[in-house]
Unconditional design. Sequence first.
Length: 186
Amino acid sequence: MEKLSQHIEALIYASEYGIGIAEIKQVLESSSAIDLEEQVIIAAVEEIKNRYLQEAYILELRFINNGYQFLTKPLYYDTINQLQSHRSKKKLSPAALETLAIIAYRQPITKLEIEQIRGVNCDYSVQRLLEKELIKIMGKSNTLGKPILYGTSDIFMDHFGIANTADLPKLKEIVQDDNTIGNTSE
């Protein structure tokens, strides 16, 4: 296939989410009717990745959540963050963020379990998170009434730049020591 790396670059660029080697191979083979070795595709992806390491490019090729994506280099994060803050009119409420954190750390989890942790009804928050596709339905629990189980989605993983839930910060890293009640023994 002529200019294989450019075809691969176009696929990665056009993909809404990360795209893996197997999917790249499948798409290229179906569009060109040529059998391609995965090693050839991997070599082309590495060539693209190395090209984008040059200072002239504002993007870099990253492997996140089992797929390749073009992302802005860290040098430009502050500039992009300003744009996002100006455009982000659909921010999550504190209740939705709290619900999302509970789901991320305790998934798969039922709505009842979320409500027991939060102490309030979370119907609206769960609905908003589903609409924004930050969470997904993972199935049904085997408990009485077969409640729906919720977990984080690939969009959540992509948005936060993590490969899996093990990459979430540990709660010990987030909770501050001055958040304790009472005296601490030495």
